[in-house]
Design a protein around this ligand. Structure first.
Ligand code: NAI
Ligand code: 15L
Length: 268
């Protein structure tokens, strides 16, 4: 079924603002939402200010939407109250609203920080279990499970994107492995809004020569990334963290802050 009414949360954020231009006119109605101010709506658009932690507001937000791209929430490490409000309550409110609205499909912006404590020498795929590197990463692992619950219990088609680093360009060596170009992000969203699946996890990453992830599950669904971070290697190759823990693990600089664990397992 073609998407006629799409809700995008997190519309005032970096990815949301980029998408606003890229998706303009592609669907009959796009409802852009954030708790922060957004540019005024154009033709075929609505903008709605809502806090994801407010269940009633999110229920109103999701009403009438047949597809949702859930980008909203805290996108970096933060204290528990912040993470719980935006990412735990937020994702539950979002899916609960989707269930009540009869929404057909939800794309959830998960993160590589859900799997951040896997080593860079590990090659992961869509079946690799979480190893969160932060409260933020843990909230994304929770979000992936919420997506699975609503898919299997309530029939909402759910695609979790374990996004690497989605920025205009890579800015350090790590991102030569994790970069997702804006154009490839748009390609992946298109797959999420059209492909046949029930519940899947895929990696939000370009076709990087140095990728740590086997993204064949995304390719199976039709994702065909066109970018490779390698062309930026001469500029960013030398930009690394001076903390060995960060350089050993996929989550990079989310790994070392507040780290009080044993490093014994790291060598095994
Ligand atoms: P961002 O931080 O620029 O945008 C997030 C937006 O969510 C902001 O506009 C913010 O106002 C909104 N927000 C935060 N708390 C909210 C709340 N309680 N209620 C309503 N809105 C709230 O993040 P960005 O880079 O655009 O990322 C979008 C999504 O993708 C996020 O969920 C992030 O965790 C995820 N992601 C992004 C990556 C990247 O490299 N940009 C990598 C991995 C995941
Ligand atoms: C994320 O999940 C963050 O939202 C983003 O700001 C970057 O830190 C990204 O991961 C990354 O790992 O590069």
């Amino acid at each position: 079924m073609a998407v006629t009414a799409l809700l995008v949360t997190g519309a005032a954020g970096g990815i949301g603002r980029m998408l606003r231009g890229a998706l303009a006119g592609r669907y009959p109605l796009i409802r852009w939402s954030d708790r922060a101010p957004m540019a005024p709506p154009g033709v075929g658009e609505e903008t709605v200010i809502a806090d994801l932690s407010d269940a009633a507001a999110v229920e109103a937000l999701t009403a009438g939407m047949d597809a949702i791209l859930h980008l909203g929430g805290c996108s970096i490490e933060a204290d528990w109250p912040t993470i719980m409000a935006a990412n735990l309550h937020g994702v539950v409110n979002l899916y609960e609203g989707a269930r009540k609205a009869g929404t057909q499909r939800v794309i959830f912006a998960s993160s590589n920080h859900a799997i951040g404590f896997w080593r860079r020498s590990d090659r992961l795929d869509h079946e690799s279990p979480p190893r969160p590197d932060s409260r933020y990463g843990l909230s994304k692992a929770f979000g992936e499970d919420v997506a699975a619950y609503y898919a299997f219990k309530h029939g909402i088609r759910s695609l979790s994107l374990r996004i690497g680093s989605c920025f205009e360009r890579p800015t350090n060596r790590r991102m030569l492995s994790t970069w997702l170009s804006y154009a490839d992000f748009v390609r992946l969203v298109e797959v999420g809004l059209t492909a046949e699946f029930h519940h899947e996890i895929v990696y939000g990453v370009s076709r990087n020569t140095r990728s740590w992830w086997d993204n064949s599950n995304a390719y199976r669904l039709g994702y065909d990334p066109q970018d490779d971070a390698e062309r930026f290697a001469p500029e960013v190759e030398g930009i690394v963290s001076d903390i060995p823990l960060d350089e050993a693990f996929q989550g990079g600089q989310f790994c070392s802050p507040e780290f009080t664990g044993s490093t014994d397992w790291i060598r095994t």
